[in-house]
Design a protein around this ligand. Structure first.
Ligand SMILES: C[S@@+](CC[C@H](N)C(=O)[O-])C[C@H]1O[C@@H](n2cnc3c(N)ncnc32)[C@H](O)[C@@H]1O
Length: 202
């Protein structure tokens, strides 16, 4: 067993949290808001019909958009209520309940490595801190040798960017491109957000 994620602690403290989160995105979708910015960046990085892992997929907005663009998507999230919403709102991808700190998709019949992994929406800051490095190790293990992971999260959320880069290096992932937004603004030392495109080291 791994330490419980900060997200599931929030859910334990407030059992309405997951339903609130699902409804928040459903209402933005009804309002016609743009919910696919992260997916557009990832779509531009890969060949058609790529294999993409949506890590911490939540209710499926990123993986759903990538599946709609023709990619083969697997989504994994620790919160069963969000995975159920992903199944309802974005049928098609394989949506799985699981903790990223224990990610082992070959054990669940998903054996081929991924061309890209996307981890959007501050997922890294909702992990149990003791599991962050292990999650990155598992990300690397699920990527093809020429695959890339795209991970986005905000500053001032308890996971300093320097620590993240050190954990990524220890996990065998090195920066390919660093951005401060999903619409391709360059990263700077004082950026309040990081979008890290990482590749397997070596
Ligand atoms: C703010 S939501 C973002 C959801 C989705 N990526 C998006 O951008 O719409 C954070 C997500 O991280 C997931 N999460 C947090 N810790 C996790 C873990 N250890 N394993 C899997 N998912 C986790 C939560 O369940 C939640 O769905």
């Amino acid at each position: 067993m791994v330490e419980q994620s900060l997200w599931m602690r929030k859910v334990a403290d407030n059992p309405g949290h997951s339903a609130w989160y699902v409804e928040r995105f459903r209402s933005m979708a009804r309002a016609g808001d743009d919910l696919a910015g992260e997916a557009r960046l990832v779509d531009a990085m890969v060949q058609r019909r790529a294999r993409i892992l949506d890590a911490g997929c939540g209710p499926g907005r990123v993986g759903g958009a990538l599946a709609a663009a023709g990619h083969e998507v697997v989504g994994v999230d620790v919160d069963p209520a969000l995975v159920e919403a992903a199944e309802q709102d974005h049928p098609g991808p394989r949506w799985l309940v699981g903790d990223l700190a224990e990610l082992d998709l070959p054990a669940r019949g998903v054996t081929a490595p991924f061309d890209a992994l996307v981890c959007a929406g501050n997922v890294m800051t909702f992990l149990a801190p003791s599991t962050r490095r292990e999650v990155l190790v598992r990300f690397r293990a699920h990527l093809a040798d020429d695959g890339r992971a795209v991970i986005g999260f905000g500053a001032e959320r308890g996971y300093p960017f320097d620590e993240f880069f050190a954990d990524a290096a220890a996990a065998g992932l090195e920066p390919d491109l660093l951005l401060s937004t999903w619409d391709l603004r360059p990263f700077a030392a004082d950026a309040d957000f990081l979008v890290a495109v990482l590749r397997p080291a070596g």
